[in-house]
Design a protein around this ligand. Sequence first.
Ligand code: HEM
Length: 151
Amino acid sequence: MSNLRIETARPKPEEPLATEGVDRAFIGGIVGDFYTRVRKDEGLGPIFARHIAGDWEPHLQKMTDFWCSVILKSGEYQGRPVPAHLKLKEVRESDFAVWLGLFRQTVQDRCSPEVAGVFIDRAERIARSLQLAMFFTLDAAGKEPADHDRK
Ligand code: HEM
């Protein structure tokens, strides 16, 4: 019998990052630093203040779970980011560039270039899929006008 495996078109799952020192405590430090910067930002700060009133600790713990799941594949984050962002009606597409800029600065300040690169790649990919969910419309993608719109 042949032991050839049939490759499917499914992309390979990402490997967990196995770098000494990159553990939950380290990721928690990144998350805390990042949201300190976000809260000071004049565009993003007020958005977060409206949705996270009072105690930030539960959000920081949730975001640490999220980043541990993304980077270490530890699986503790069970939430659904898309519906959480769809309800943020005041967010504009341009806010994502600011978010990513602050995220990039935070990980570059706290990680080696290799580790920072992994965080940034994954943040950019997730940001793209959130932006698609929040802002993509066929009109914006250059849809042909409907028949009744034609002259
Ligand atoms: C303009 C950009 C963004 C804004 C303004 C924003 C804002 C927010 C706010 C206000 C919440 C809290 C929602 C709530 O608890 O009611 C939230 C949750 C969250 N955000 Fe973002 N976000 C942005 C981009 C991103 C990106 C790029 C990522 C991932 C790379 C991300 C990951 C998450 C996750 C995982 C949650 C928790 C969702 C849950 O409840 O399970 N966000 N975000």
